[in-house]
Design a protein around this ligand. Structure first.
Ligand code: ZN
Length: 507
């Protein structure tokens, strides 16, 4: 099923040259996040390093005790140590377990304003199924989110993620234009509001810039929601490059970066999809695409192209190790195999998928095939990545144990919520290892949920039972963002969101 590579010359795009295989975006020469929202720095000003000594730390695939870890002034982990002098020098995190920060690989932050209003956006046959539900939700977001609302809505979603131990998020950003569809004076205004919101709370962000050119399969170009539609691939690329220049100028390179998100084959016809994918490849950007979310979508793909969307994308060389299939629920065994052989990733969003009645992705078979499985909160009806990991764990248990995975379902689910998420976003974190950033969260070992659990059972207990109340502190790049369950601007962020919701939804 693997097709030949895209014949387009990868060194040119839209008639002009682009740099061939520029260096990857992960550069360590610039400082870690410098958002003002810091409770305290783990590396004291002027010091070469700072360290932490929790009661237990999850590193190298197991929970270790009596182990301190240290980071340099760039916020990168430099070493682990059991030396008495190091244990004495490290900041003591009494009664706490430190875990690598979670990575939320797929979020629509603005949907946070719709929480609790799901009756309008449920995927019942009466509402037109998933497409009808999504269209209705999108219509609501698009009607209600303007200017400063974008910032407040996104900031609230990102705050909630931080409080739940998420240190990096992939935001699938589709709202580009003014309510009447005309561009803002700065065409990237809304994207920059999202970046500003992430920076303000201090979370790492991969902004996945969405491309849409039509309403649905077989629809004419130039149809679809006016606020998210791009006029052409060239216009989308131009905006992305302008945005990238601004991002590189204004933010540390490992705090905020960009990815490409041609929404799905329904919204992005094949030629445009190939052009976006080709551009992403030359620029070494991650490529995230909604694929096989419903059986109807697959059938519509077959009707238009004679292939299912994933088979078609693979045939045209779009599916590779930088590709993430978001959803990927309705796949044939051959398609699952294809994801594995191309080393592509899948982003499952079990909570949203259950809520919308979309079905169950064959996650065990995916892991077996070698595909990466990451996790996202998608509609943000609930923001709890550990809950997503729990649902993944349940799904894995329901199927045969993938070879090599043993029956350690919880570890596999936690891996999806950390390592695989980071990989599919091109993020620097995902694990507490030397060379990676000191992105971690701590949980209270005395919380009734964990009390009495020994170190061999701790990770599974976290995945199976933990809720947000037990999450205590969150550190990103060795800077503390959450202390004892609160952000330094907690009250102000929540207060502004409450005021905004009152305005958006008048009684
Ligand atoms: Zn989505």
């Amino acid at each position: 099923m693997r097709g030949q590579r895209n014949p387009r010359d990868p060194r040119t795009f839209g008639g002009r040259s682009v740099a061939a295989e520029p260096p990857p975006p992960r550069v360590t020469a610039r400082p870690a996040p410098v958002s003002a929202a810091v409770v305290q720095a783990g590396v004291p000003h002027g010091s070469r390093e700072g360290g932490w000594l929790p009661d237990a730390v999850y590193t190298g695939g197991k929970v270790e005790q009596g182990l301190a870890f240290f980071a340099d002034a760039m916020g990168r982990i430099t070493r682990f140590s059991r030396e008495p002098a190091d244990l004495a020098a490290a900041r003591r995190l009494q009664g706490q377990l430190a875990l690598p920060g979670l990575v939320n690989a797929h979020s629509h932050a603005l949907h946070r304003v719709l929480r609790g209003r799901g009756e309008r956006h449920s995927a019942s046959p009466d509402s037109g199924g998933r497409r009808g539900a999504e269209a209705a939700a999108w219509q609501e977001v698009s009607l209600r989110c303007h200017g400063e609302n974008i910032f407040d809505a996104a900031r609230m979603a990102f705050l909630e993620m931080l409080l739940g131990g998420v240190t990096c998020v992939g935001e699938f950003h589709a709202l580009h234009h003014q309510p009447d569809g005309s561009p803002w004076p700065d065409s990237n205004f809304l994207a920059k509001e999202i970046l500003r919101a992430a920076h303000d709370v201090g979370i790492r962000l991969a902004l996945l810039k969405v491309a849409q050119f039509r309403a649905d399969f077989r629809a004419e170009p130039g149809t679809g929601p006016v606020r998210s539609r791009s006029g052409s691939v060239e216009a989308w690329v131009r905006d992305l490059e302008l945005l990238r220049t601004a991002v590189e100028r204004e933010y540390p390179v490992d705090e905020i970066w960009l990815g490409a998100a041609p929404d799905s084959l329904a919204q992005v016809p094949l030629e445009a999809m190939k052009a976006v994918a080709s551009y992403a490849r030359t620029q070494r950007l991650r490529l995230h695409v909604h694929v096989a979310v419903t059986a109807e979508e697959n059938a519509a793909g077959v009707a238009e192209f004679g292939r299912t969307p994933l088979a078609l994308l693979a045939e045209h060389g779009v599916v590779d190790k930088r590709f993430t299939a978001v959803g990927a629920i309705h796949l044939s065994p051959d398609e699952v195999k294809l994801l594995g052989t191309t080393r592509a990733a899948v982003c499952a969003c079990p909570g949203s998928e259950m809520r919308l009645g979309l079905g169950v992705a064959p996650v065990g078979a995916m892991l077996q095939s070698g595909a990466g499985v990451a996790l996202g909160t998608d509609t943000n009806a609930r923001i709890d990545l550990l809950e997503e990991a729990r649902l993944l764990d349940y799904r894995l248990r329901a199927g045969p144990a993938p070879e090599g995975l043993g029956r350690d379902w919880a570890a596999a689910a936690f891996h999806a919520a950390t390592v695989s998420g980071a990989r599919c976003l091109g993020a620097p974190g995902g694990a507490l290892e030397v060379g990676r950033p000191a992105d971690f969260f701590t949980v209270n070992l005395h919380d009734p949920v964990l009390a009495g659990t020994d170190s061999t059972a701790l990770l599974a207990a976290v995945v199976e039972a933990l809720d947000r109340r037990a999450i205590r502190d969150v550190w990103i790049g060795a800077r503390q963002r959450i202390a004892a369950g609160r952000h330094v601007n907690h009250g102000m962020i929540v207060g502004r969101f409450v005021d905004m919701q009152r305005r958006l939804w008048p009684a």
